[in-house]
Design a protein around this ligand. Sequence first.
Ligand code: NAD
Length: 372
Amino acid sequence: MKKVSRRGFVERLGLGLGASLLVPAFEAYAAKKAPLYAGKKLRVALCGLGRYANLVREGLAASQYCQLAGIVTGTPAKAAQWRSAYGIPEKNVYSYQNFDTILANKSIDVVYITLPNALHKAFTLRAAKAGKHVIVEKPMALTEQDCQQMIAACQRAGVQLAVGYRLHYEPNHLELKRLGQEKVFGPVRLIEASLGYRLADISPEDWHLKKALAGGGPLMNLGVYCVQSSRYVLGEEPVAVSAQFGPVTLPDLFKEVEESITWQLYFPSGALCTSTATATCNIDRFFASADNGFFELSPGLSYGPFKGRSSQGAFNFPVINQQAAQVDGIAPFLLDNKPLPAHISGEEGRKDLRVLDGIYQAARSGEKITLR
Ligand code: NAD
């Protein structure tokens, strides 16, 4: 597969080589601006056509290596609307019932699952059995054990499994990762990473509030970004966790899942990460304190636009379409039949669920938990 040279893309962006982080996914996204790729595109079927599916659809439209080729939906009206709006042939439209017949469809390469969290596992298993690669939204599943079963099923079926971690392809986050892992300001000792939205206007029937469908509250939907950022900035896996549930200020909504949760992750180097995921208030920030300086993003973990600063001054990379960068970061591996890098594969999702399982266990027990 032909790719744009690193120097070429930098020149088109008008950036000096030294001024950029030059990350492959960003390269792929930037290259999109000049339509240089004319090879076979990755043909994606979106499964579950809700709010986030619409952002992924826009990302696919802006991507270089992918195209929206099919849909899986339980709502016939949506099927008709998407078919006519995005030119999807009838043979590439599936319901949740007949989804397994996608096995025979040679014009779909990958199923991208944007269903409620609890359905990620079942649809990953079905897609894998049908011989399709899978991209599954975060959180990958409800438990680490579910993730292990999903990884095993994809391995057995000979298909690849990626998790929809859009921030892994986002230039400000790649800068955080570089500053932390390369110890640019010395070893990082403390991270504060929190994400929250005041959720007062949500319907009490929304699946995010139902334990059986969401698996939990803000920890599952937002906290996963805090856990992720601490892990990829430190380049380490936490060994212990303590956690506390926060107060319930919206009792009509938060009957089944937590409204907020605060936790502390302890890393082998001695670094500590403290985080809150909450539906009580708005917060969106990442801060790392190292021996010789600090670095932060605020806004930091949402959709952005992100604003970065370190003890050496501001850093702000271009605002990108995060979904386009993500699918273009994944697609070249699937098109070339090469293994996905571990940090964007199902294994990464499993590592996060290991930590999320531990956070819930610690909050419920009130004990500091050692992570296996
Ligand atoms: P949503 O409610 O807007 O969409 C869910 C879709 O699933 C709807 O089309 C709904 O009809 C369908 N569905 C099928 N079975 C259902 C059932 N039993 N109950 C409820 N809906 C059912 O949700 P969303 O915000 O699009 O989230 C979908 C997934 O995407 C979640 O896993 C979420 O965590 C993830 N997400 C990721 C990001 C990100 O930035 N990566 C952002 C938002 C959501």
